[in-house]
Write a protein that binds this ligand. Structure first.
Ligand SMILES: Nc1ncnc2c1ncn2[C@@H]1O[C@H](COP(=O)(O)OP(=O)(O)OP(=O)(O)O)[C@@H](O)[C@H]1O
Ligand SMILES: [Mg+2]
Length: 360
């Protein structure tokens, strides 16, 4: 597809820098500091200048390193940096609070004690809500897939029925064996469909981001997204580079791909070309999903990532798909761009830091 022709719009989901960033350091990288860090990573306005913990094995320090945020064991040295707007102290160490006030810049604000505990409670609550929202959106998505799933199960089911009937009137052992093999194949196809659905519907249990291979994740996501249509008149082109790995919770990355591919398939109304590309770009991994569907009208482009924005008929979509994609992409320090030409098609591109296979 050539998106260069005709009317074309491009929107980048890069952190919006229209509002000036807030420079934050986190002191304490245990359970609380890590949860705080995870949450702040999804907020584009926040610029994390460093994380400190005297324990070099603290889980939050590992997370910070993965996101290329400076880490240190020396909290007091970190807070002396200029331009810090906010220090969040979740060390739970009351004696540190006096030192913070002694060493920090006069303009730097401090959140500590009870205030940081309240913040932590809010973040815990938010992350629980977020997980429930993802799950709810996934289950709502099952409605979209229902007729595709029924269609895909019916085909092998008809084969099973036809062959079972044929066996009833058959006396030739070889033919009976052939029919039995056909029944087995068809049953296995149904089994695979059930397996894929279970994989998709299950709640995310991973607590940590781990290295995830892009290629099989894209392939598995495609199997689910294909349920979005009963018409199998979509040609899929895969341009995958080998050994692309990013750090993520596998189910979350899977859902990002399912959502983008489902949108693409819906936009093509069952006919068209879906191109999946995964490639490296310096230290980055770029994943693009291109469709030849109806495209996105320029007036809708700024709204597509809003929660509950949908152009689908009532009951057909929740409008949470792209909102969740954006939240997850931000969480993994990714970039999301969309390039659309109405009447021609759309490309969604994701760029993530490459977790090299050697770090596994
Ligand atoms: N590939 C695409 N081509 C054309 N329009 C798209 C594409 N992806 C998204 N959109 C537009 O963005 C809107 C919002 O997408 P989003 O995934 O958030 O919600 P939805 O697909 O409508 O509903 P849900 O994902 O909850 O089923 C869609 O309704 C559609 O108008
Ligand atoms: Mg969608």
């Amino acid at each position: 597809m050539n998106l260069q022709q005709g009317e074309q719009h491009k929107v980048s989901e890069l952190p919006t820098m229209t509002e000036s960033p807030i420079n934050v350091v986190i002191l304490g990288a245990g359970k609380g500091g890590k949860a705080l860090l995870e949450s702040l990573l999804t907020l584009p306005r926040i610029h994390l200048m460093g994380v400190a913990d005297h324990d070099r094995e603290a889980p939050g320090l590992k997370l910070a390193k993965r996101h290329h945020i400076p880490t240190t064991q020396d909290a007091l040295q970190l807070i002396q940096q200029p331009n810090i707007h906010l220090i969040v102290n979740v060390t739970g160490n009351p004696s540190l609070q006096d030192d913070i006030y002694r060493y920090k810049h006069p303009n730097t604000e401090v959140l500590g004690g009870a205030a940081s505990k309240v913040l932590w409670d809010i973040i815990q609550h938010e992350s629980l809500m977020q997980a429930q929202l993802f799950q709810a959106e996934k289950l709502a998505g099952m409605g979209t897939f229902a007729s595709g799933i029924a269609h895909d199960i019916n085909n092998p089911l008809y084969i099973i029925l036809a062959m079972a009937e044929a066996i009833q009137d058959e006396s030739d052992l070889n033919t009976i064996r052939q029919h039995a093999a056909g029944i087995k194949d068809a049953a296995q196809r149904i089994h695979m469909i059930a397996k894929n659905i279970t994989l998709y519907a299950r709640e995310s249990h991973a607590t940590e981001a781990i290295p995830v291979d892009i290629q099989p994740t894209l392939d598995e996501a495609l199997k689910i997204a294909m349920f979005a249509t009963k018409l199998h008149e979509i040609t899929v082109v895969k341009n995958y580079q080998e050994n692309l790995v990013i750090e993520a919770k596998p189910e979350e990355l899977f859902q990002v791909f399912v959502n983008l591919m489902t949108n693409a398939i819906h936009a093509m109304e069952g006919h068209g070309l879906l191109t999946l590309t995964a490639e490296t770009e310096k230290e980055l991994v770029r994943i693009s999903i291109t469709d030849t569907g109806k495209g996105i009208a320029s007036e809708n482009l700024p709204k597509i990532f809003d929660p509950f924005f949908t152009t689908k008929a009532p009951g057909q979509g929740t409008g949470l798909g792209l909102y969740n994609v954006r939240t997850l992409v931000r969480k993994y320090q990714g970039e999301l761009t969309v390039d659309s030409a109405p009447g021609k098609g759309t490309t969604f591109s994701l760029v993530f830091p490459h977790a090299h296979a050697s770090s596994r």
